[in-house]
Design a protein around this ligand. Structure first.
Ligand code: 13P
Ligand code: SF4
Length: 347
């Protein structure tokens, strides 16, 4: 293979000249007994080299079950932290440690602890897009694929604190009619960029094309959606829908899997404010590159390390999530809430 034939396989980064990244990653994966886990928002070449691609819940389950020595997590930091919480004996590497998340940033642990302390009678359900320190103050973690299912197991009269995504929280509140949900006002900078005006123009251009949206989108976008769900569920909808053209209102890299699954269909990303921007690409996910994945496998760095007390406290609400998730996702539905609450309030 020459560089001219496969230019994207080679790196021009200093110190990495003429390295065939895909082959080197393959070699290191075997040498390190590593598993590469990737989120759907990663660049296509990373998705293609990964052992497993999935949504936050799928990836958590894979991280908990793997027998690899090293987990190379191609996603954002909170996802890699979840892998470390669930698999503490593994070496967990993240190609770029700056791969954060605006939802995590919107919920500092001290402010969240104060919010909880101010509402001692509420149970706290927290979206997995938060730091391990926030998880440590939480009763149950949820993802976009199990939030509604888990909330349906909380007694109707039990008030809920939902953080940090106001849009996911608002969507569930509207859908379930649960007025006793208090929402933290965080949001995703990526999903907030979709423009209702531009979406309506696109729908007019493609009459009958269904819209599939992630629940991190604001209500004015979700109101126009035919399907709302996690990245995995959007992918399933797009692949199984009878429509030839599907409008996708989430980070556009997921369309790589859609195009692979259904090359016969047309997938169109919902537009941002000026109708033609890249503002709905996740800048945090984009920090991971093939070069950085290669370097992280070579150096086993950057590594996720967590204080053991935080890890143990973050583990409880994650285990509850796994127990309370839909059986079809491999979880066990106990609905047992008897041991939840006061201990989690300790700071
Ligand atoms: P999913 O769990 O649906 O993959 O969502 C993760 C995420 O960060 C979406 O922005
Ligand atoms: Fe966070 Fe939004 Fe990026 Fe998802 S798309 S990782 S919620 S910033």
């Amino acid at each position: 293979m020459t560089k001219a034939e496969f230019p994207s396989a080679f790196s021009n980064a200093p110190g990495q000249r003429n390295i065939d990244l895909a082959s080197e990653i393959e070699r290191l994966r075997k040498e390190r007994n590593a598993v590469i886990l990737a989120h759907y928002y990663q660049a296509p070449e990373i998705q293609d080299i990964a052992d497993f691609v999935g949504d936050s819940l799928d990836l958590s389950r894979k991280a908990a079950a793997t027998d690899a020595d090293v987990i190379a997590f191609c996603g954002v930091r909170f996802m890699a932290e979840v892998a470390k919480v669930l698999s503490p004996d593994k070496t967990v590497i993240l190609p770029d440690m700056n791969a954060g998340c605006s939802l995590e940033d919107s919920c500092p642990p001290e402010e969240f602890a104060a919010f909880r302390a101010a509402h001692p009678d509420h149970i706290s359900l927290t979206y997995i897009n938060c730091s391990a320190a926030v998880k440590a103050h939480t009763d149950i973690i949820v993802t976009s694929s199990n939030a509604e299912y888990i909330i349906s197991q909380i007694p109707e009269d039990k008030p809920i604190l939902f953080a940090p995504d106001q849009h996911l929280g608002g969507y569930i509140k509207r859908k379930t009619g649960r007025d006793n949900m208090l929402l933290w006002e965080g949001s995703c900078i990526v999903h907030e960029q979709f423009s209702e005006k531009e979406l309506l123009k696109l729908k007019a251009q493609y009459p009958g094309a269904p819209v599939a949206a992630h629940p991190e989108c604001p209500a004015h976008i979700l109101d126009h959606a035919d399907h709302v769900g996690s990245t995995s569920s959007i992918l399933t909808f797009a692949s199984t829908s009878g429509a030839d053209v599907i409008i996708v209102a989430t980070e556009p890299h997921i369309m790589h899997q859609m195009e692979k699954a259904r090359p016969d269909k047309t997938f169109i990303g919902a537009p941002g404010a000026d109708g033609n921007c890249n503002c709905n690409m996740c800048p945090f996910m984009a920090l991971n590159t093939m070069e950085k994945l290669y370097a992280s496998l070579r150096d086993l760095s950057p590594r996720i390390e967590l204080p053991e007390d935080i890890r143990l406290r973050a583990l409880k609400p994650l285990e509850r999530m796994l127990e309370m998730s839909p059986p079809s996702n491999g979880g066990r539905n106990t609905g047992d809430l008897s041991n939840i609450a006061p201990a989690q309030l300790e700071v």
